[in-house]
Write a protein that binds this ligand. Sequence first.
Ligand code: C2E
Ligand code: CA
Ligand code: CA
Length: 277
Amino acid sequence: GGGNRMQIFSDDMRVKVRERIAAESRLREALSGDLTESLPVWFQPIVSAATGLVVGAEALVRMRTPQGDILGPGHFIPAAEETGLIVPLGEHVLRRAVIRLLEWSDHLEYVSVNVSPRQLAEPDFVPTLANLLAAHPSLDPSRLVVEITETALLGSSVDVRERLEAIKNLGVRIALDDFGTGYSSLTWLQSVPADVVKLDRSFVAGLSADPRKASIIQAVLWLARSLNMSVVAEGVEDPADWHALRELDCPSCQGYLFGKPLPPAEFAATLQPQPEP
Ligand code: C2E
Ligand code: CA
Ligand code: CA
């Protein structure tokens, strides 16, 4: 900028900053209204690989704009994490998940909820979860699964392991999300008291045509079994991949082949097919 000053803001960065500010104000607005309207929580089925029948569901948040458009989490979760707004947002998602678990108790075993590193680091996370469970004494806490990613372990000042133990002590189960995509998956497996491994879709998609992928999955399945953990293969789109997973005795699958994320009413309709006219 002249003298010894330097221009460090490119137009590109300006656009990014503007987008981030817009995302934050959209998020604040969404959180100030009726959350079930502005931040609907959708559900995607998780099926038994052997039977294809629904055993659980993953809760996936969306944003409905004032114009009525539906935005995926990529449009607002990063801003939510940076601003800390992920805390009230995450609590909302947990509440919706619990409500649906009770509603669908005859139709599915569990609902899993994504919990971001920022949420997990919050001192109030475990007490909030405990209060939520206490408010619904008829709910078996093991029907709730908390999904965490490897980044939760990194660069966190809190003792994540201790926090996860506290979650487990409530009876809630823990799943390692996007397993295999980080840099320390074995450390992760060794140090975290998890119940479920969610095998990332990069290992799953195309597995039937790729013997190396099949070998990796087979090894993870073996490892998980010997550690007493269950496995969900994510991103199953191709029937041939499903068949390969079944051959390998993978316990469960999730992916567009079995169903996309749907609003609760539409998801429930897939659980209770309308009788034939
Ligand atoms: P994720 O936890 O890995 O969730 C799975 C994502 O994969 C979902 O995207 C889902 O729609 C998509 N997916 C499922 N099956 C298939 C498939 O067969 N093929 C392909 N190509 N994709 C599939 P979505 O809903 O856009 O969510 C993206 C990410 O946003 C999630 O990734 C999760 O990290 C985050 N997220 C979603 N809801 C929440 C939330 O309530 N809290 C937090 N902290 N993060 C959330
Ligand atoms: Ca997830
Ligand atoms: Ca995942």
